[in-house]
Design a protein around this ligand. Structure first.
Ligand code: FAD
Length: 382
């Protein structure tokens, strides 16, 4: 295999598009296969997060392909957390002592579209929509895709699975190449509801990540460029106060009135949103190895999906891309040398962030409301 053989990237999400841009810079011919239709100009996929927090880790990757300024033009910097108690005043907790350090609220759709545009305009990259990978022979790079026109076959020298937490590429490595995996789901899910603008303005401070910590549950809200906020409810899936326990409009309203009273005023369509929007799963993917024979590898959530409480999944996926590019550079473009090196360099980091993300759930839903925490503990991020 040479540096310039055809590479297939499966999944035109955040990691896949960025990866295509980096590989194009190295002179590769890349085909980016995406199961969905072209998302540009369409609606965001329901059940996915509408916005996400981009930190310096992710920005560093965007800077390397000259996309940081475009993406940051619509970013909303959040310089701390605003804690909403059941009653009483808000408590603002800055992320840094000088109040200057921020994480950025970004539209997931806009970020994905910007990356897709960049990938599509890069020399040597071809993007193919409506292609869902259904089969892969890791020894030969033979792939099969389900498309609206029926089954399609293709072959590539290297296949990179950037197809998210439920990765089909990972499934094929599990079936044919001795990969082992464990999927650890939380007894919690997430649901999104919207706080619309009020009189054309943000209804809350857009310079903060808002948190309603309630011990075993929490809600967070991030600002959007259209002056709305997207609230994400992180609640248990079963038992008292769970998604399952609240079905009628009266029960939903009563629950919010008791636990999140300010939200009912801020979000007049809350009950309708609650009933209409799906509950997403939350889990951690562990698998090993991430690559097979120097020909097939996993990247981003496909290799190591994490729970979203540290706001680092996409940032981490971007770091994977930068590291893989670095390994290719160091090994003179040898995939067989670069892929194991990439896995070795990224594994400890991704396992650490997976643990930190789980720990941060307890911190966000419970400890941030404690007076001891407010007085004594320094916090870096969400
Ligand atoms: P994805 O974004 O999932 O992209 C995978 C792509 O592959 C998709 O386009 C999909 O359609 C495609 N695909 C799937 N299967 C196939 C197939 N068989 N064939 C072809 N294509 C396929 N991260 C942050 O950094 N900050 C945050 O604030 C943050 N908040 C989050 C909030 C929530 C509620 C959730 C659930 C996640 C959050 N994340 C956040 C995590 C972040 O969304 C993911 O880590 C990130 O999207 C991973 O990117 P990816 O490209 O690896 O996977």
């Amino acid at each position: 295999m040479t540096d310039h053989d055809e590479v297939a990237v499966v999944g035109a999400g955040l990691a896949g598009c960025l990866l295509a841009c980096f590989l194009a810079r190295r002179g590769h011919r890349v085909t980016l296969y995406e199961r969905r239709p072209d998302p540009r100009g369409g609606q965001a996929e329901r059940g996915r997060s509408i916005n996400l927090a981009l930190s310096e880790r992710g920005l560093d990757a965007l800077r390397r392909i000259g996309l940081d300024k475009q993406v940051m033009a619509d970013a909303l910097p959040m310089r701390g957390r605003a804690i909403h108690p059941v009653s009483g005043p808000l408590d603002f907790q800055p992320y840094s002592s000088d109040g200057e350090r921020a994480i950025n609220s970004i539209s997931r759709g806009a970020l994905n579209n910007a990356l897709l545009d960049a990938a599509e305009s890069a020399a040597g990259v071809r993007v193919v929509f409506d292609h869902r990978l259904t089969g892969l022979d890791p020894r030969t790079g033979d792939m099969t895709f389900q498309t609206p026109a029926g089954e399609v076959s293709a072959r590539a020298a290297v296949v990179l699975g950037a197809d998210g937490a439920g990765s089909a590429v990972r499934g094929q490595l599990l079936a044919h190449a001795g990969l082992r995996e464990s999927l650890d789901f939380l007894d919690y899910g997430y649901k999104e509801v919207t706080i619309p603008p009020r009189d054309g303005q943000f209804a809350l401070d857009p310079g903060a990540l808002h948190i309603w910590p309630r011990g075993t549950s929490m809600i967070i809200a991030l600002p959007n460029p259209d002056r709305s906020f997207t609230c994400t409810l992180f609640w248990p899936t079963g038992g008292t106060g769970s998604f399952a326990s609240l079905s009628s409009p009266t029960a939903i309203e009563r629950h919010f009135r008791a636990h999140y009273p300010d939200l009912l005023d801020l979000a007049p369509g809350l009950v309708e949103d609650y009933q209409r929007n799906p509950v997403g799963l939350l889990g951690t993917v562990h698998c090993s190895p991430w690559q097979s024979g120097g020909r097939v590898a996993l990247i981003g959530d496909a290799a190591h999906a994490i729970v979203p409480f540290y706001g680092q999944g996409a940032n981490c996926a971007f770091e994977d891309v930068v590291e893989l590019d670095r390994c290719l550079e160091e090994t003179g473009g040898s995939w067989t040398a670069a892929l194991p090196r990439y896995e070795e360099r990224r594994r400890d980091n991704t396992e650490a962030i997976a643990r930190m993300a789980l720990a941060n759930f307890v911190e966000m839903r419970d400890k941030v409301a404690s007076p001891v925490f407010r007085l004594g503990k320094k916090v870096e991020h969400a």
